[in-house]
Design a protein around this ligand. Structure first.
Ligand SMILES: [Zn+2]
Length: 262
């Protein structure tokens, strides 16, 4: 996390740059982190997803710039789709239809700046961004894509990565913001979930949104208790390297030949 006021601006992190720093040079790729504001078991902060999205974006920008590709990390969207968690205190929801409007306006703002590709860097499972991209892609020349950051690296480094505030997210926050993790591990919930009553959803061919207060007692999904900051660092570094490589490809991709015989 940046130490506001004392730390130097991080390369490509738009919110920390001056206008002269951005006026020059080419910025072919932009990253837009999508976060959420919601309880994360009993040991992680409400802003977990937003912080992780913003941090991965900042590190991807730094990595890409160091390797010669202009990548700008936009400020994260701090609210996500949480329509089935509103009975958990201070969960802040925005609707998918609101996300569509925000994204449309961000794309329009990017268009005059020479941005060739926009990566929606998602950090929250409830943000189902594909429908937004399907709706907006025909009306912009910017190549739109989605990366769920937690799927970009090899999760086999975890005993059980978990879903929400599980081992993966806990390890990642322990790495980037250890002071925000409850230091008393005896207070961490075990993230145990109740199974669905429906055969079809348990088998995976039927789906309905999970009602969080019926699903889990501590709001967590997945056991966080074997998380370590070292594995969080390792996982995040691999995600950053891979996403940076994707950005480097996007920066020079021909939008009319994204699929072709080799
Ligand atoms: Zn999360």
């Amino acid at each position: 996390m940046s130490d506001h006021g004392n730390a130097a601006p991080r390369p490509g992190v738009l919110a920390e740059q001056t206008w002269p720093a951005m006026r020059e040079g080419a910025w072919p790729v932009a990253l837009l982190p999508f976060g959420a504001t919601e309880p994360h078991n009993t040991h992680l902060p409400y802003g977990t997803d937003t912080m992780l999205g913003a941090e991965v974006a900042a590190r991807v920008a730094a990595h890409a710039i160091a390797n010669g590709t202009g990548v700008v990390a936009l400020p994260p969207i701090p609210f996500g789709v949480n329509t089935t968690q509103l009975d958990l205190r201070f969960t802040i929801n925005i609707m998918p239809s609101t996300q569509l409007l925000v994204l449309r306006d961000v794309i329009r703002s990017l268009e005059p700046n020479g941005v060739r590709a926009l990566v929606l860097l998602n950090a929250h499972g409830g943000n189902e961004l594909r429908a937004l991209v399907r709706e907006l892609q025909p009306s912009t020349s910017i190549i739109l894509s989605i990366v769920n950051w937690w799927q970009a690296a090899d999760a086999s480094v975890f005993r059980e990565p978990g879903d929400h505030a599980g081992e993966l997210e806990t390890a990642a926050i322990m790495h980037i913001a250890p002071g925000l993790v409850d230091a008393d591990r005896s207070r961490w919930g075990n993230g145990q979930v109740n199974p669905s009553i429906f055969d079809g959803t348990r088998a995976g061919w039927a789906w309905l949104p999970r009602r969080w207060t019926q699903l889990t007692a501590d709001t967590g999904v997945g056991d966080p208790r074997s998380a370590t900051p070292e594995v969080g660092a390792q996982f995040m570094a691999q995600a950053v390297e891979r996403i940076s490589g994707f950005c480097a490809q996007l920066a020079v991709a021909d939008a009319d030949a994204l699929w072709r015989s080799e």
